[in-house]
Ligand binder design. Structure first.
Ligand code: SIN
Length: 547
């Protein structure tokens, strides 16, 4: 038998088969940390669709939140997380993650990550602590304004040197293989993944006993995003197709400050800049955030992004402006060297002029539903990082909580994996290899670009920061048509990474639309003008979708 995304065809086993104890898909903070923890006990493969450092982690600027100052407390971090989450956080998860913070920071440092130290003695901690939206205290550890890059550097260096770890770059996961899909008796469980080796253009079966999905988010579903090109929701879409539950996909976080410039693509201007006193102004110089929230420019992100959206719709301007010119130039160049470089490349001197900014899709608070060990509802399939919905973020993520969440759940998943490996035997049955069938090379690549652009544009316009019933219905009609078209195209032509990503983008778009339609209230990041209020009586629960 051969497998082709849900349909079995006649035997034709050209594809290669590879066997590992543990398979990790994705090479950001969650994937690398987990791999390093389990690799002392078993053989691990990490599959990543571009180069290993092409991850969202690598672009994280702000930092990682943890309670380390004598002026801070777990209670305060918990409270800030719950307030941002607008009634939907799982309180046990919030407490667990916050309390694990200091231990996880120590673990990262043991792997070689360096955080900026406090040279003034004012922070009440050995580290220089930043502040970001929604935090009532300074608690963000950072490495200047490129924290993610430093974490990725340290973990990747260790991973490349580990004798039990094999890194497969330019390998694009296509679909997951479960016992149910393979038609095996007994309960369902993960068995492996079909992976496209981009260089040799062949689909291989990676067989595994345990798997971690660490594929990150899906910012590319939207026209404007702070995310790297890899963020096409692959893990969310594959898990959904495999039968896992996804939760809270309507809660897409728009970062308030992405650089606005015709030639700039996905250039984030860190919230840490507002933490150091940056003020949002209209084109006319009006500091408008004081009209929207008592915390002004450091209000939770959903509030700041909506305020900018309102100001832009009111004025018709292309952008608002982030002004930090009142701080010392030397301080700014030292604290934000990368943002300074980026601005200069586009002819902006942030020490003398305000930076034009707009909101852009940044982070999915929802994802593949996991328990406290990071396990999904498919046995032995774990998920950590942005791909997962752990219950920490609720309806809106508190800034810089995501790297912490990724670490805590990667660590929990690693412990559970190590304990469980003894009891998970290798698969005895012969598993179906991928069947290419009669698929030919496409001579019409424009179909992919056309669909890709169309999805991103209507998601931005109809399912963005402000939603309405009419817009959601329009988006739903379009995505149904498009998914049909993509399905037909998918089976007729040989798979390329672009086609794999397009199918996943369309699946994630459909999940966001469906979840947004189910939530008939406004809460956190989901704002629908037809239901402008929060409705605790009917909607204080997760939106769960399952194929
Ligand atoms: C930022 O630096 O503004 C991003 C931090 C985050 O998204 O948590």
């Amino acid at each position: 038998m051969g497998y082709r995304g849900g349909t079995f065809r006649r035997e034709r086993s050209l594809a290669e088969q590879l066997e590992f104890d543990v398979l990790v898909i994705g090479s950001g903070i969650a994937g690398l940390y987990y791999s390093l923890r389990v690799a002392d006990h078993c053989r691990v493969a990490i599959v990543t669709k571009k180069q290993a450092a092409d991850s969202a982690t690598n672009r994280a600027q702000g930092g990682i939140a943890a309670v380390l100052s004598s002026e801070d407390s777990f209670d305060s971090h918990i409270r800030d997380t719950l307030v941002a989450g607008d009634g939907l956080c799982n309180e046990a998860v919030v407490q667990h993650v916050v309390e694990r913070g200091p231990t996880m920071i120590e673990a990262l440092r043991e792997f070689g990550t360096e955080f900026d130290l406090d040279r003034t003695g004012k922070s009440g901690a050995p580290f220089d602590l930043g502040r970001e939206g929604g935090h009532t205290r300074r608690r963000i550890l950072h490495h200047r304004d490129a924290t993610g890059r430093e974490i990725e550097r340290a973990l990747l260096e260790r991973a490349r040197a580990h004798p039990n770890m094999q890194l497969f770059e330019n390998h694009c996961a296509v679909d997951l293989l479960t016992a149910r899909k393979a038609g095996l008796p007994g309960g369902d469980r993960i068995l492996g993944a079909y992976v496209l080796d981009v260089e040799v253009e062949e689909i291989q079966l990676f067989e595994t006993r345990v798997m971690l999905l660490a594929t990150g988010g899906a910012g590319k579903v939207y026209l404007y995003t702070t995310n790297p090109d890899i963020a096409s929701g692959d893990g969310m879409a594959m898990a959904y197709r495999a039968g896992a539950s996804l939760a809270n996909m309507e809660f897409v976080q728009f970062h308030p400050t992405c650089l606005y410039h015709p030639q700039a693509k996905s250039e984030l201007i860190s919230e840490a800049m507002r933490g150091e006193g940056g003020i949002l102004r209209t084109n006319a110089g009006d500091p408008f955030m004081e009209r929207y929230h008592a915390m002004k420019d450091l209000a939770p992100r959903d509030i700041v992004a909506r305020a900018i959206d309102t100001e832009l719709k009111r004025s018709g301007d292309d952008s608002v402006f982030l002004d930090i010119t009142h701080r010392e130039p030397d301080f700014l160049r030292d604290r934000f060297p990368n943002i300074d470089d980026t601005c200069r490349r586009f002819g902006i001197d942030l020490t003398r002029e305000a930076i034009p900014v707009v909101p852009a899709a940044h982070y999915y608070c929802g994802g593949v539903l996991t328990d406290l060990h990071g396990e999904t509802d498919i046995p032995n399939l774990f998920a950590a990082g942005e791909v997962a919905c752990t219950g920490l973020h609720g309806a809106n993520r508190l800034a810089s909580n995501s790297l912490l969440e990724a670490l805590v759940f990667a660590d929990a998943a690693a412990r559970e994996t190590i304990a469980r490996l003894r009891d998970v035997p290798p698969v005895e049955a012969k598993l179906p290899l991928w069947e290419t069938g009669s698929a030919t090379d496409s001579d019409d690549a424009v179909v992919i670009t056309q669909n890709w652009d169309e999805i991103r544009r209507f998601m931005w316009n109809y399912v963005g920061i402000v939603r309405s019933n009419r817009r959601l219905v329009r988006a739903q009609r379009r995505i149904e048509l498009m998914r049909q078209e993509i399905r037909n195209y998918y089976w007729d032509f040989r798979l390329t990474p672009d086609l794999v990503e397009l199918r996943n983008l369309a699946t994630v778009a459909q999940l966001v639309i469906e979840s947004a339609m189910k939530r008939q209230e406004s809460r956190g990041l989901h704002y629908n003008v037809d239901y402008p209020r929060r409705d605790d009586a009917h909607f204080r629960s997760d939106t769960i979708l399952r194929a």
